[in-house]
Structure formats: structure tokens, C-alpha cells
Design a binder for this molecule. Structure first.
Ligand code: ADP
Ligand code: F6P
Length: 322
């Protein structure tokens, strides 16, 4: 006996690759279990605008391989207010909807938590490339974003080597350094600058100069945007070493394209588990996969906990970037 009869799903905040796979899995998992599903267009804004439509099996056909989100996303200031949240809960009740799956980042989690307190059973899925949501090893979209950065750095390495130049690559992640860390390690970057670890630009610059003098034919520095701009870092390197790095700001290219199989599988697993938890009557939870186990953590705890940084991986990257 399911605790929910009719649920809705929405995508919110910055989009990420794998959101479509998650939407597809919410719809198909719910329908498989005899639960009706509505899709909310444009996040919480769409909820307040009553922009909902019933979903069937075919409505999520041919999307697992697509980046972006067919439900689109939006930022909605009104939903940050108690009045907006109450209106959102009222709209869901008007449609007879008693459960909601929110796919987004920590801001979207806050919205899901407010609806849970207003009596709507909610589950939140970590849909962001930043990997800054705790209580899950990885967020949906992170693996794809890292693969995009690694591919870009591979291309840069070719031309840097031809000219024996250095390159500064600025990547996304908001205040989290994980995209820079994972892509930098996977690309063999000489330096990885992240908000979580202090660094000495003078030491890095002189080390790069020394590497070139020892015969290294390229120098790659990956900078997380939370540290600052690639241009600033390049200026510092030039000031201390005389080297003139070329700067590449990858920007929103990290947010598009086909999700990797890892993100498709993670999205499908988390979405299906969220539907199962809703059926069991649970609410106000952030869903994650930790060391191969599904976890459901109170959203209050998720949004009040800072994601831990993998210092072991960071130090490994340093050891190997000789
Ligand atoms: P992300 O989910 O990627 O962190 P945002 O921070 O922009 O993206 O949040 C997405 C949406 O979630 C916002 O536009 C707003 O509608 C809603 N939201 C954000 N913070 C809160 C909050 N504290 N309470 C209720 N809703 C919120
Ligand atoms: O949160 C995902 C993210 O891509 C961050 O890495 C980045 O700083 C931000 O969104 C960019 O926001 P917008 O897409 O609104 O410019």
C-alpha cells in the first residue's frame, strides 16, 4: 500500500547532465508502481504558475541520453517566501498531489524542505555539477562535467606541448573545488587551485619555471572558480616566473552535452530509491549513494553540513605532478 497516490517531479537551480535520466526514472518508477506522475515545468516558478502536466511512459522517451532538462529549470525568488511556499503546497494539493521529487542543488533542497514542513511528502536528489551536496559520494552531473574538463585539457596539452607553453584552465564548481581536483588529477595537471586548500602562487610559478628548465614541455594549472579567475592566476605566474600562460575559461560548456553512463546510472538509481521512500511514507529527505549504499538524510542536516574535501586525492595529485 503506497503512502502516496500521485506525485510530481521538478528540476530546479543550475541544470546538470543526468537530470533527464532522473526525471525519466521518477516517472517510469512511479508508473511501474501504480502511482500517477505530474511534471512541473521551470522549477518552483512553474509550480506557482500551475505549469504542470501529467506524464506517461512515452513523455520521458528518448531523453536518457540528453543533457539539460525537459522540465527546464528556473530561479524563483517568490518561493523563498513563506507565502510562496504555502502557495506551492496549495497548488500541489489542488492537483491531488501528495508527493514531490525535487532535482537540484542546495537551494532547491531548502525549498523541498519547506514543502515537507507544509505536509507535502518530498524527496530531494542532488542535481548539480558542483559535487557540493553532502551525504552522497557524487552528485548527478559531476562525472559528466569532469569528463568535459578532462577532454578540454587533453586538447590543450597537445597545443601547449607543440609550443612549449603553459595553460591556466578555469573551471566551475561555485565554492567547491571537486571539478578542479578530479579533472586536474585525471589530466596530470602541474597545479590544482581549489578554495579548500591554501596555495602559494610564487612557489607554483617558480616550480613551473623549473619544470620547463628540466625539459617539461607544457605546464597545466587548473583553477576552481571559487579561488578566483584564471586571468588573475595567469598574471601571478607571469609576475613570478616570466612565463605567459594562455587562459581558457570553460564556463557553461561544463553544463551541457550527453551525460556519461555513470551519471545516467546514478540518476536512475537515486530517482527510483526516492520513489520507493515516498511510497513508504518518508519525507523531507535528501537521497544519496554512499560507498554503494543508498542513504536518505534529513534535508535540514544536508543543507547545514559542508561537503568534505578529499585531501588524500589532492595530495596524490601533488605527489604525481612532479
Ligand atoms: P541550486 O538549487 O542549484 O542551489 P538556487 O540556489 O538558485 O539553485 O535555488 C533554486 C531555487 O530554489 C531558487 O530559485 C528558489 O526558488 C528555491 N530556494 C532557494 N533557496 C531557498 C530557501 N531558502 N527556501 C525556499 N526556497 C529556496
Ligand atoms: O551550480 C552550478 C553552476 O554551474 C556553478 O558551478 C556555477 O558557478 C553556476 O552554476 C553558474 O550559474 P548560472 O548558470 O546561473 O550562470
Amino acid at each position: 500500500m503506497s503512502a502516496v497516490k500521485k506525485i510530481a517531479v521538478l528540476t530546479s537551480g543550475g541544470d546538470s547532465q543526468g537530470m533527464n535520466a532522473a526525471v525519466r526514472a521518477v516517472v517510469r518508477s512511479a508508473l511501474f508502481r501504480g502511482i500517477e506522475v505530474y511534471g512541473v515545468q521551470r522549477g518552483y516558478q512553474g509550480l506557482l504558475n500551475r505549469d504542470l502536466r501529467e506524464m506517461d511512459l512515452r513523455s520521458v522517451g528518448d531523453i536518457i541520453q540528453r543533457g539539460g532538462t525537459i522540465l527546464q529549470t528556473a530561479r524563483c525568488k517568490e518561493f523563498v517566501t513563506p507565502e510562496g511556499q504555502q502557495r506551492g503546497a496549495d497548488v500541489l494539493r489542488e492537483y491531488g498531489i501528495d508527493g514531490l521529487v525535487v532535482i537540484g542543488g542546495d537551494g532547491s533542497y531548502q525549498g523541498a524542505n519547506k514543502l515537507s514542513k507544509l505536509g507535502i511528502k518530498t524527496m530531494a536528489l542532488p542535481g548539480t555539477i558542483d559535487n557540493d551536496i553532502p551525504f552522497t559520494d557524487f552528485t548527478i552531473g559531476f562525472d559528466t562535467a569532469v569528463s568535459i574538463v578532462v577532454d578540454a585539457i587533453n586538447k590543450l596539452r597537445d597545443t601547449m606541448t607543440s609550443h612549449e607553453r603553459s595553460s591556466v584552465v578555469e573551471v566551475m564548481g561555485r565554492h567547491c573545488g571537486d571539478i578542479a581536483l578530479y579533472a586536474g588529477l585525471a589530466s596530470g595537471a602541474e597545479a590544482i587551485l581549489v578554495p579548500e586548500v591554501p596555495f602559494d602562487i610564487k612557489e607554483i610559478s617558480l616550480r613551473m619555471k623549473d619544470n620547463f628548465q628540466k625539459g617539461k614541455r607544457h605546464g597545466i594549472v587548473v583553477v576552481a572558480e571559487g579561488v578566483g579567475s584564471g586571468d588573475e592566476v595567469a598574471r601571478g605566474i607571469t609576475e613570478y616566473s616570466g612565463i605567459e600562460p594562455r587562459v581558457t575559461v570553460l564556463g557553461h560548456i561544463q553544463r551541457g552535452g550527453a551525460p556519461t553512463h555513470n551519471d545516467r546510472i546514478l540518476a536512475s538509481q537515486l530517482a527510483d530509491y526516492a520513489v520507493q521512500r515516498l511510497m513508504e511514507g518518508d519525507s523531507g529527505k535528501g537521497i544519496g549513494l554512499v560507498k554503494g549504499e543508498f542513504v536518505a538524510t534529513d534535508i535540514e542536516q544536508v543543507v547545514s553540513t559542508k561537503k568534505s574535501f578529499n585531501l588524500d586525492l589532492y595530495n596524490l595529485a601533488l605527489r604525481l605532478a612532479q
